[in-house]
Design a binder for this molecule. Structure first.
Ligand code: ZN
Length: 234
């Protein structure tokens, strides 16, 4: 006999976003491909548990000179981003017209990755491993990951006998101050290849020359963080 447990969790849609019948605002329609790319990535990252509770933000660079980004609007469910849940911002993180929704709180960090690290796409996520390891390694200023085959998924790495340093910055709600920390690190370490960084008890920023590379970097770094975390727990 079938019975329904009172503890059965509510069903959560895991269907990918439906793109065929949706209407884009006129200013966003020319960028439908980029928007749908970000929506598909958002659904994937939400399914992985890395972008829960409306956390995270994602962007792609639309123009390079001067820099203009298409970024997720603030407070949206990243598993089910709508066609109009996106904002254009300039190189200073300001929305480019007043009729757009508010951009993500951490927009300035996307601008820095675009202007200083050559990013064509930036992904920021709040996974459990990034959150916990950023606390564990905070006093060391960062986390070094070496001698893993999966390092070869990072741009420029061709052998497991390589090393990836992820700096860790302290968390703050003062995003210009956080941006200053990131820029100071980049200024002081011009020779150190930077694929991303952690923010203490908060999450991960990574990027790539395009959305596909940024997604690959995110998957690789998350895999490596989980390896590091599981090894620590032994
Ligand atoms: Zn965040």
């Amino acid at each position: 006999m079938k019975s329904t447990s009172p503890h059965t969790p509510p069903s959560i849609s895991t269907k990918p976003v439906s793109e065929a019948t949706e209407v884009f605002a006129p200013h966003l329609k020319p960028y439908a491909d980029q928007i749908n790319g970000l929506r598909r990535v958002g659904h994937q990252l939400w399914n992985r548990g890395w972008s829960l509770g409306t956390s995270s933000n994602y962007s792609v660079v639309i123009d390079r000179n001067p820099i203009r980004l298409l970024i997720t609007a603030s407070g949206k469910d990243k598993g089910h981003l709508g066609p109009n849940d996106f904002v254009f911002v300039d190189e200073n993180g300001k929305v480019t017209s007043a009729d757009q929704p508010k951009s993500s709180a951490e927009t300035l960090l996307h601008c820095t990755a675009a202007s200083r690290c050559g990013a064509g796409a930036v992904l920021h996520t709040h996974s459990v491993w990034a959150t916990t390891l950023s606390q564990h390694f905070f006093q060391l200023g960062g986390l070094r990951i070496d001698d893993f085959e999966m390092l070869k998924g990072l741009d420029g790495i061709t052998t497991h006998q390589s090393s990836c340093w992820l700096p860790i910055f302290d968390n703050t709600q003062d995003i210009p101050a956080l941006q200053a920390q990131v820029m100071k690190y980049l200024d002081e370490h011009p020779e150190e290849k930077c694929w991303g960084y952690l923010i203490r008890r908060h999450g991960l920023y990574t990027w790539g020359k395009d959305l596909a590379e940024a997604t690959r970097h995110l998957e690789v770094i998350e895999f490596l963080l989980e390896c590091m975390g599981r090894t620590l727990r032994r």
